[in-house]
Design a protein around this ligand. Sequence first.
Ligand code: ATP
Ligand code: MG
Length: 338
Amino acid sequence: MSHQVPTPIMLTGDRPTGPLHLGHYIGSLKNRVAMQSLQGERYIMIADTQAFTDNMGNIDKVTQAIPELIADYIGVGIDPGKTTIFLQSAVPELVELTMLYMNVTTVSRLERNPTVRDEIKHRQFERDIPAGFLCYPVAQAADITGLKATVVPVGGDQLPMIEIAVETVRRINRLAGKDVLPEPQAMLSSVQRLAGIDGKAKASKSLNNAIFLSDDEKTVSAKVMQMFTDPNHLKVTDPGQVEGNIVFEYLDAFHTDKEEVEALKAHYRAGGLGDVKIKRLLISTLNDLIQPIKEKRDQAFASKGMLFDMLRDGSAKARAAVGQTLNEVKDGLGLFRL
Ligand code: ATP
Ligand code: MG
């Protein structure tokens, strides 16, 4: 008997909490663009509902970030003809799925999520954690499964969320006695977590330590110049350390000529290669990548009306798909439907 491999369905997204940065690009956006040349369906969700879980005092910030995000998508090469871009809050069926899924996980399971624990620490919630924030991984399980996604291109910080989504799928399918939902899989890139320009473990919008895809040449240059290198590399002739050196971490991630980077590392380790030289190389490498993206995204941003029309169409399409999944889940569980 021939076994048919289902065509992949991709779902991923971003919180509208600021413009996209190099961490998003290397961790997820590049894979999303690559998925466009494969068979299957693709969805990108602007997670405004999720952004509210820690931004109820910053509604304007979230609202303003929405068109910025769409422009960034267009800038990196997301084609709305191939990828459906939608707004989370425009698909209320996701909330209903979330409420159902809340009952197949536990508070202690959510409290164990290492990414959420880190985020709670960074946001200094202490014991005042918004209930919605603790539960956002459940909502994420609803987003992923609502579109029956099988492939989720994400950075490494999202692995605990995918785990919760997989557990949710298994519980729902077990309760239904059949495979109502497919199990999703994370699609990771070679750089799972790009460091911040301040040397912190993760470049993030919320930590304000990122190089944005909308930064102009001067800003990119200033940010690279601020980067942390080897604090003991005081004179050019001193041997330098490559490990933990953010400039080399970025060169590894973004410079296309790997041999050149390896030769530079050897030179730096031996001594005789100055920080300014490697920083200049990084500046030109990053500007070669970012400036064409910025040009395209600025052009897209100038026609906001068109961006919102596209978001409306995408949201209608996603809503129809999630509505169908919601009914299948309800029927599978034997819920009463009027
Ligand atoms: P926030 O600080 O508001 O959470 P963020 O910068 O973490 O913002 P998200 O919208 O939470 O961005 O993440 C969107 C996607 O980008 C996720 O798949 C996430 O894993 C990935 N991502 C974010 N930051 C990085 C990074 N520094 N390196 C690799 N991937 C990243
Ligand atoms: Mg995040």
